[in-house]
Design a protein around this ligand. Structure first.
Ligand SMILES: O=C(O)c1ccccc1NCC(=O)[C@H](O)[C@H](O)COP(=O)(O)O
Length: 212
């Protein structure tokens, strides 16, 4: 079983380059104004131009309107749209309009939360199981919160999926051993402060994933 990694919330050329050189399969660009990782269109375009063809550009958005989706796709040369807090019908409309692959984030705290994944059948191309952030939190993701990976034990995944939420270089091997995830996603766990990616931590994370 081979596992690949998405490094999310990149905002500088240096850390983007570290993710690419380290073997990331996907890089994530955040388009959500309250996030410390939010990208301007100019910055997204600058970063997108550095990404080689074998690495997929993922745009991360929170129930976006059509204007934001269009601007983000154009600026970030996006190939995948990762949608948080976006109902299935709206995700379907975004997919129909954009023609891009859709990853639906499913926020998990309890096993009951997994039921949401089923509702994206026929709509999403992948489910991203992410940890549910605390009530009232500013962000629905990217907060370094993890969920009990054993909640996925025996769950019949309705779609291809990825594991996210509170991963870091020290716990990702155990997370994959428990869940058998073939794609993992990280943001805070490779940062030195919220929104500040750390190239050394990115390399460390990707080295662990490569050696799994
Ligand atoms: O990262 C953000 O700032 C963000 C903002 C709004 C919606 C989603 C966001 N991040 C989504 C991601 O893909 C993160 O990588 C994922 O939630 C895991 O984050 P972390 O637990 O910090 O590794």
């Amino acid at each position: 079983m081979m596992t690949t990694a998405k490094i999310c919330g990149l905002s500088t050329p240096e850390t983007l380059d570290a993710a690419i050189a380290g073997g990331a399969s996907h890089v994530g660009f955040v388009f959500f104004a309250p996030s410390p990782r939010n990208l301007s269109r100019d910055r997204a375009a600058q970063l997108a131009a550095r990404v080689p063809g074998h690495v997929a550009r993922v745009g991360v958005m929170v129930n976006p309107d059509d204007a934001l989706v269009e601007q983000a796709i154009a600026a970030g040369q996006l190939e995948v749209l990762q949608l948080h807090d976006t109902p299935p019908a709206r995700a379907a409309a975004i997919k129909a309009r954009s023609g891009l692959a859709i990853w639906a984030a499913v926020a998990v705290r309890t096993r009951a939360d997994l039921a949401l994944a089923e509702t994206f059948g026929g709509v999403a191309d992948r489910i991203l199981y992410d940890a549910k952030t605390p009530p009232g939190a500013a962000l629905p993701g990217g907060m370094g919160v993890r969920f009990d990976w054993h909640l996925l034990d025996g769950f019949r995944h309705p779609l291809p999926w990825a594991l996210s939420g509170g991963l870091d270089p020290l716990n990702v091997a155990e997370a994959v051993a428990v869940t058998r995830a073939t794609l993992v996603d990280v943001s805070s766990g490779v940062e030195s402060a919220p929104g500040i990616k750390d190239a050394t931590k990115i390399r460390a994370f990707l080295e662990v994933v490569r050696d799994l």
